[in-house]
Design a protein around this ligand. Structure first.
Ligand code: FAD
Length: 99
């Protein structure tokens, strides 16, 4: 439940991954640098070495950094998926008109 792993096209972040470990993860730094940078603004070294991503999200403090960052990530994925669906429909319509 702790650590950051690449599994195929997915990045799996264990709920018990500490903020400091997320910040120092080469996988996150390369694939999701915005998420890896979130801990930079969290508390102090003691908090970053003790607090976890799962605890931050489960705690759901509206002032906390991770819930907002993760929500933004979900939104951008949903928007990308929607854009892909719209593009697919346009391409199918264009192909039908060309017949
Ligand atoms: C002095 C101080 C300064 C801070 N500054 C910031 C800041 O600037 N920005 C920021 O974003 N946060 C900040 N925090 C919050 C901190 O980063 C932690 O995320 C927060 O304190 C939760 O701690 P924890 O991860 O140890 O979770 P815990 O305290 O262990 O748990 C919090 C809640 O989540 C539940 N929980 C924990 N883990 C899981 C899990 N894996 N699955 C389901 N439920 C779970 C627990 O039962 C509990 O209800 C600060 C905290 C302190 C004490």
């Amino acid at each position: 439940m702790s650590g950051v792993e690449q599994k195929g096209r997915s990045i799996v972040i264990g709920a018990m991954t500490r903020h400091a470990d997320a910040a120092n993860s080469p996988i996150l730094q390369q694939a999701l640098p915005g998420l890896a940078a979130v801990p930079d603004s969290i508390g102090d070294p003691q908090v970053r070495n003790r607090g976890t991503i799962g605890g931050s999200i489960a705690n759901n403090d509206p002032n906390a950094d991770y819930p907002a960052a993760v929500l933004g990530l979900v939104d951008s994925e949903a928007v990308a998926q929607l854009a892909g669906e719209v593009r697919g429909r346009l391409e199918r319509a264009r192909a039908a008109l060309a017949k």
